[in-house]
Every structure is written in structure tokens, then in C-alpha cells.
Design a binder for this molecule. Structure first.
Ligand SMILES: [Mn+2]
Length: 347
């Protein structure tokens, strides 16, 4: 297991100098942030991240994310051209020493939460999701005031995009994903890169949009679309684990050899479709973090792990909600301890 930490680039207040001081940290997870989806990442921008990381004794082997353009998910006539550009980015990243690329295939919305600063009894705050609050909004009527949603679309663009997706059900989305994988996986293989799809967060359909990377059955189907090691998973415990019906320990064991990247984070279920993000340890939430880590190790997992969203503690603030330093660093040392104990107990 290699412990890694997400870094949002040179404007991130959580600097590389701070990240390198977290015990047992081996590398960063980052991306080129100034190119829109569908654009080619310059070799200079990629090399710059690697250079800065290495100057701080950190590796740059994991990219999160190379975003997939909406037209690829929709399967429009531009999809083929956009997939070619995606392949070019995979090739360039492989050449620069990147070994794992995290991406997702969620229509329109990336992660969704209804609160950014859910207040906990101990005074900290974190992201939370309450289905009822979300259901009150209608994105087509421009009533979308989602926290963290950067309004990258105007009301008109959003309406058009949602209309475009009206003809894309789960089957169609799976089909478009297969077209994408059929082109990208051979390129990734040649470039020495493992592709690792991130599950939908939360793992169920929202606003009538299809979501397919949601649970055990669909993950199995996803892996069989292209049955190669390079077609793998980012096992985000907080995303998949938001659904109480997902048996996270079982899935960690079952898919261990196709999991290349793990986001280890705990959530506390407040209802069937309501949850709040909590501290990483098992006792803080609803997920068996020890059981998940043990199932991964027992299943032969040998990839990258990073702490995921942290709470905001000790008065810290950050415009990237969930990506402060303090609670993620606590999560990192907890993860390092879990893995050390599990691995040592097997010797
Ligand atoms: Mn995640």
C-alpha cells in the first residue's frame, strides 16, 4: 500500500511542504486544473507537477481526475474525437510516470451534498447529504442552489444538458462507457497506466439522471465490460458506503485485485438516503474501516490509498470543502496504523 494525499496545485493552502511532513506519506494525487474537459494537457504542465512533488520527496503517480467530457457520456457525434483526446492525455501521463488515473462517469453532477457545513456536537463541521433537501430543488427551473456547485452551466445550458440526458438511460450509459473503455484501456495498457473509475457519489440516481457505478452488481458488470487489469476501480468507501445496502467489506474483498486506488473515509448513516461525513476511524461512523482494510490486504490489494474528505476541525477553513489539512492528516495516520497492524499480523 502506498499512502497518498490529494493536492490541488500551487494555489492549494495545503502545501507540498506540509504534506511531506505527514508520516509515511509517499506521494500526491493531483491534476492539471487549468484545462477544461476535452482539452489536451500540456507536457509542461504535467512535468511541473512532478517536479514540484519530487522537490518535496513526494511521488506523482496518481492523477485525480482526468474528467470525461459530457459528450462522451452522452454518446454524441463528437464523442469519438473527444475519446481520442482523452487517450492522448492517458499516453502523456504514462510517459510522465503516472501509474493510476482516477475518473468518473457521472452525468452532469459530480459529487452532490446538500450541506457543506453540517455542525457536529463537538464543534467541528463536515459535508452532509439529506435527500429531502435535494428533492426540493428542480435544476430545470433554475432553483439549483447546491452547495459546492460552481455554476459552471447557465440555467439554459443546464436545461439543455438535462434534456439531452432524457434519452440516456442506464443501459445507454453503460453502452457509452463501453465505447469509452474499448478505446482507452488498450492505450492505458501500453502506457503502463491503470484506469480506476470512481463510484457515483452518492451511489443512486438524482434529478432523473442515470447513475451506474453504484454497487456490487453494477461494479461486476463494469469490470466485465473490458476484463483487463487496467480496467479497474477507485474504491471510495465514503461514496459506495453512503448506501447502507452496500456491503463494503464483502466488496473490498471481492474486487481487491481490480482495485488500484482507495479513498478510505467513513460516513454515518442518518437514514436510508441521508448521511454525514465523519472522522476516518470505524467507531466514528457506520463503516467497518478495519474490516474493509483487512479484506483489501487479504485479497492482495497493492495500490494507492488516500484519506478522503475530512471534517473541518481546530478552526480550519478551506474553499475546497473536505480538503483541509488537519483531519485528513489524522485520517492518513489512522490509515497507516490500520495497514501496518493488518500487514504485520500476517507475517
Ligand atoms: Mn472519493
Amino acid at each position: 500500500m502506498k499512502l497518498t494525499f490529494r493536492w490541488y496545485g500551487e494555489n492549494d493552502p495545503v502545501t507540498l511542504e506540509k504534506i511531506r511532513q505527514i508520516p509515511t506519506m509517499t506521494g500526491i494525487v493531483s491534476a492539471v486544473y487549468d484545462v477544461a474537459p476535452g482539452g489536451v494537457w500540456s507536457r509542461e504542465s504535467i512535468a511541473r507537477i512532478k517536479e514540484l512533488a519530487e522537490a518535496n520527496d513526494l511521488e506523482f503517480e496518481v492523477v485525480e481526475s482526468v474528467p470525461v467530457h459530457e459528450e462522451i457520456k452522452l454518446g454524441t457525434k463528437n464523442a469519438e474525437k473527444l475519446i481520442d483526446i482523452y487517450c492522448e492525455n492517458v499516453k502523456r501521463l504514462g510517459e510522465a510516470g503516472v501509474k493510476c488515473i482516477c475518473y468518473n462517469f457521472m452525468p452532469v453532477f459530480d459529487w452532490l451534498r446538500s450541506k457543506l457545513e453540517y455542525k457536529h456536537a463537538d464543534g467541528c463541521n463536515s459535508l452532509s447529504y439529506h435527500e429531502e433537501d435535494l428533492m426540493k430543488m428542480d435544476p430545470k427551473k433554475g432553483e439549483l442552489s447546491l452547495p459546492g456547485w460552481d455554476a459552471s452551466y447557465t440555467k439554459e445550458q443546464m436545461g439543455k444538458l438535462l434534456d439531452d440526458y432524457a434519452n440516456v438511460d442506464e443501459e445507454k450509459l453503460f453502452g457509452n462507457l463501453k465505447i469509452f473503455l474499448d478505446a482507452v484501456i488498450p492505450v492505458a495498457k501500453a502506457a503502463g497506466v491503470n484506469m480506476a473509475i470512481h463510484p457515483d457519489d452518492p451511489p443512486w440516481g438524482i434529478f432523473g439522471l442515470p447513475r451506474i457505478i453504484t454497487g456490487e452488481k453494477n461494479l461486476e458488470r463494469f469490470l466485465s465490460l473490458v476484463d483487463e487489469k487496467e480496467n479497474g476501480l477507485t474504491f471510495c468507501t465514503g461514496a459506495l458506503g453512503a448506501n447502507p445496502e452496500n456491503d463494503m467489506v464483502r466488496m473490498a474483498g471481492k474486487f481487491a485485485d481490480r482495485i488500484h486506488f482507495v479513498h478510505l473515509r467513513n460516513v454515518l448513516h442518518l437514514g436510508k438516503r441521508d448521511f454525514v461525513e465523519v472522522g476516518h476511524p470505524t467507531s466514528c461512523g457506520s463503516l467497518d474501516m478495519y474490516g474493509i482494510a483487512k479484506a483489501l490486504v487479504d485479497g492482495g490489494f497493492d495500490g494507492y490509498v488516500r484519506p478522503d474528505h475530512g471534517r473541518m476541525i481546530w478552526g480550519e477553513t478551506n474553499s475546497h470543502y473536505g480538503y483541509g489539512l488537519y483531519d485528513r492528516a489524522l485520517g492518513a495516520t489512522y490509515i497507516a496504523g490500520l495497514f501496518e497492524a493488518i500487514e504485520r499480523s500476517k507475517q
